[in-house]
Design a protein around this ligand. Sequence first.
Ligand code: NJP
Length: 243
Amino acid sequence: KGRHVVITGASGGIGEQIAYEAARQGAVPVLLARSEEKLKEASARIEAQTGIRAPYAPLDVSDREMVEAVFAKLSAELGAIDVLVNNAGFGVFRYVEDIDLDEMERMFAVNVFGLIACTKAVYPHMKERRSGHILNIASQAGKIATPKSSVYSATKHAVVGFTDSLRLEAGRFGIFVTAVNPGPVETNFFSAADESGEYVRNVSRWMLRPEAVAKRVVAAMMTPTREVNMPRWMDLGSRLYRL
Ligand code: NJP
């Protein structure tokens, strides 16, 4: 109760639902994402539904200077960041021969390097206080292979690797580290990820609701767990697309 839970990518989708669910449990969610307009709307929705004021600030996690500045300001204003949820991320699903290398770099810049930069921005403070919890939204794509998701999947395998290694280091300082691995979730994610709509058609019946993911994430904040796994399909492999 009253804990400061900072969430990246909280202007919509899974991140907004995590913020809402955290507020419902009495925490103070702090919303970060690029679009100030969407953040303002999400914050107003949370406040109207829960009565809890949800501060927000614009942040592009791939902008290192901005990450440092925003987290320094938040630490000064809030006193302590108790929980960080590294949720900002996106995917573009393509066959390898169609991968655009700039798009590939952008996916790593946001999903991996942005997540590491945000982690480094809170870690020294958590270490000093000898408490804290970092939850990284990875994916089932960080555990199994599906076609057309090679780069996205590589970013999420990187997140899982970083998270597992960080957990071993952070335990010495009383900091919990959790990897969250959902299957496909019904959000705007697929408007960028799945141009053809084929993936969504194939997995629509296994799709999770972002509310369900958020509930599991917030439960993991209250009873720290190493991993939250929400697989919704057996390894469909190439059956996801007509290969
Ligand atoms: O996606 P979406 P999800 N800096 O598009 C923000 C993972 N995941 O909620 O910046 C800061 O609805 C963006 O806001 P804005 C997935 O990989 C998903 O599904 O204003 N923020 C928005 O708030 C990702 O890591 C599925 O445009 C940035 C949010 O991120 C996480 O879940 C399955 C940003 C994206 O909301 C949330 O995705 C799975 C940046 N550079 C894992 N770029 C799934 N949906 O199926 C974007 O296993 N954002």
